[in-house]
Design a protein around this ligand. Structure first.
Ligand SMILES: [Zn+2]
Length: 258
């Protein structure tokens, strides 16, 4: 609780500084870009972007000491994804969202909103089936229909999604080889915040930071945007990453066929 109070105090201090700057003459900044007005060195921000293709290989191996990638699985959710996007905006940082095909199909506007706000997209199968339990043909169908739904929602508004994360991060050599053949990059998880358990946001974030230490202070962090406390978790995580000197690396898909 004390940590959260301190974080809130820090956030409020930052907001006050930004307001003071705005009153001193920064107010002519375009009102359509509210996040840009607050993107100074007090924010977590984005250190650099890695442009990925199917041949990029392990993301973890491309990260330097102190660098993390933020990722969110199982969305989009029209009620719970937007507050997560707001937290990311507040910290001027970018993440990758691995979307379920049936959710992308149901909420295409939400898919476009995630992309519009500067985040990259990947697929996470159509229905979150454990692909290791399916026939090869059925598993292939889960991947392809899931990716098609994400890309149909994007409808040519940006680069095609080329990243894929297996549901439950459950794969084997055959499944991984199949998605490579489909032109997709498999993105794994270094640090799981275990936000699918009943742990509180503080416990998730403590766990993430402990696991990052064990992983050599770098890696791909997994959280979920459609959960009850998702925005509170991400708010706390981003503040703690900033305090601990971590840098965020964004993943971006290369423009193809344009
Ligand atoms: Zn998932």
């Amino acid at each position: 609780m004390k940590i959260r109070q301190e974080v809130r105090a820090l956030q409020q201090t930052g907001i006050l500084i930004v307001c003071a700057l705005a009153m001193a003459g920064c107010s002519e900044a375009a009102p359509t870009e509210p996040a840009a007005m607050t993107c100074d060195i007090t924010r977590l921000g984005v250190e650099r972007t890695i442009t990925v293709t199917a041949d990029t290989g392990s993301i973890e191996s491309l990260l330097n000491d102190g660098e993390v990638v933020l990722s969110f699985d199982d969305g989009p959710d029209p009620r719970r994804t937007p507050p997560v996007l707001d937290e990311l905006d507040l910290h001027c940082t970018r993440a990758t969202f691995f979307l379920l095909g049936d959710q992308a199909d149901r909420y295409p506007d939400m898919v476009r909103e995630i992309a519009r706000r500067g985040h990259s997209l990947g697929g996470h199968s159509w229905s979150h089936a454990n692909l290791m339990t399916l026939t090869a043909e059925a598993a292939h169908g889960e991947v392809s229909t899931g990716m098609d739904a994400v890309n149909a929602a994007l409808a040519g508004t940006g680069p095609e999604a080329v990243m894929f994360r297996f549901p439950f991060v459950a794969t084997n050599a055959e499944l991984s080889a199949d998605i490579r053949k489909m032109g997709l990059l498999e993105v794994g998880v270094t640090v799981d915040g275990a936000d699918w358990t009943k742990n509180r946001p503080e416990e998730s974030v403590d766990l993430i930071l402990q696991k990052l230490d064990l992983a050599g202070r770098k890696g791909v962090i997994l959280l979920h945007d459609p959960f009850v406390n998702s925005n509170e978790r991400v708010s706390l995580l981003l503040s703690r990453l900033k305090q601990d000197g971590y840098k965020v690396v964004a993943l971006g898909s290369a423009e193809t066929g344009q």
